[in-house]
Design a protein. Structure first.
Length: 363
């Protein structure tokens, strides 16, 4: 009889290939069996051990008795943008928490935006997820499960997934171990084989996490959410800015660029009148000038809990023009699927509001 304190059976989608190999090696099965199981999990996208082809019966029995392989995410609510290109999913975890995953199809290339936490502890004032607070970290399997879920959707229409952005709910570097284990699973060449440079990890600026990432061999793309270029202005939007001030953050970013030899993307959500004037652009230009940096400006997607609005198109252009004078390149990123609440945390917030008021949920 297993005791109540016994470690629960591991979920197979929580394990990197080396970790799976170590588990199987303990039972006397070598790399051949590990890789057969791995390709079953990630190439065949098996949802049960019964459908993994070629497993030795004694291994199948051991796995059935000592591991788990149930789906970790299940559809709870979904909606499509009016152009049909953005498919927003609210997925339910096994404990009832819900998280957002957004599948975007653009010019034959699919991108998925995934969550790393249920909620977020960082409290950025304009962000629907920040307005909820943190419920819990996601496990590696729950992070990978979102990708498997959309991969099955794409499989059905013969499409494939190219980009993954860790820009859904949560702060990836606040859930460092699980997020990076998930990245290792996603890039594994025998499995989903997503190119590491097609994975973008976006952080609010968790300095110890950026430094740690700089020292590791995980060639993902790093994006840092800035939104303010002085400590006072940034902290008003991003409370985490008080914990990790800009001088520490920029030092960590320079360290990352030097160690990894990679540019960093800086995200700047443009909020009318708050951080979108020429003066703001000059301050940002001075902060980033001379660095290997690229700025993504994103007009605010308004949320119920915040009274700011998006910058106008001329203000966005003027902001970019100032950055250009400092030699800082920038791109405007529209938050796609605004008509279906496809901003971070917004679908969950809307579904919960409507459920509370027993209103129908918009398609
Ligand atoms: N926690 C990480 C990743 C998730 S948020 C981070 O903050 O970087 C991904 C991006 O969406 C961040 O740049 C965030 O500031 C931005 N964002 C959040 N809510 C938004 C909104 N309502 N409108 C525009 N951008 C938003
Ligand atoms: Fe968290 Fe990112 Fe939202 Fe800030 S913007 S609250 S860090 S998810």
């Amino acid at each position: 009889m297993p005791s109540e304190t016994a470690t629960p059976a591991p979920h197979l989608h929580d394990l990197t290939r080396p970790a799976l190999g170590a588990l199987l090696a303990d039972w006397g099965f070598g790399a051949y069996h590990r890789d057969l199981l791995w390709t079953g999990l990630y190439r065949q996208r098996a949802e049960s051990l019964d459908t993994v082809e070629g497993l030795r019966p004694d291994l199948r029995t051991a796995l059935t008795e000592r591991t788990r392989l149930e789906p970790l995410v299940a559809p709870h609510h979904e909606s499509f943008s009016s152009d049909g290109l953005t498919h927003k999913l609210l997925l339910r975890l096994r404990d009832g928490q819900t998280i957002e995953t957004v599948l975007m199809r653009f010019k034959g290339r699919a991108t998925v935006c995934i969550s790393t936490q249920a909620g977020c502890a960082m409290g950025c004032v304009f962000c629907a997820t920040g307005q909820m607070g943190l419920a819990r970290h996601l496990t590696p399997g729950e992070i990978v499960g979102q990708v498997l879920h959309v991969t099955r959707i794409l499989d059905a229409s013969g499409e494939s997934l190219r980009n993954i952005v860790l820009m859904g709910m949560g702060e990836p570097l606040h859930n460092y171990e699980h997020t990076l284990a998930a990245v290792d699973i996603l890039v594994d060449a025998l499995g989903l084989a997503i190119g590491p440079r097609f994975i973008t990890l976006s952080t609010v600026g968790v300095v110890p996490g950026i430094r740690r990432l700089a020292d590791e061999e995980r060639p993902v793309q790093l994006a840092v959410s800035l939104h303010g270029a002085t400590d006072a202005e940034r902290a008003a939007l991003v409370p985490a800015g008080r914990r990790w001030p800009l001088d520490e953050l920029m030092d960590a970013c320079r360290y990352y660029i030097a160690r990894r030899g990679r540019r960093i993307f800086f995200e700047w959500t443009l909020i009318e009148g708050r951080n979108d004037t020429a003066e703001h652009a000059h301050t940002l230009g001075r902060l980033l000038g001379g660095m290997d940096a690229h700025v993504n400006v994103i007009p605010l997607n308004p949320t119920v809990g915040y009274d700011g609005g998006p910058s106008t198109a001329p203000a966005v252009r003027a902001f970019q023009d100032v950055l250009t004078t400092y030699g800082v390149p920038s791109t405007v990123r529209q938050r796609r699927g605004i008509d279906i609440d496809a901003g971070c945390g917004q679908l969950k917030a809307e579904v919960e509001r409507r459920t509370r008021r027993s209103l129908p949920i918009a398609p």
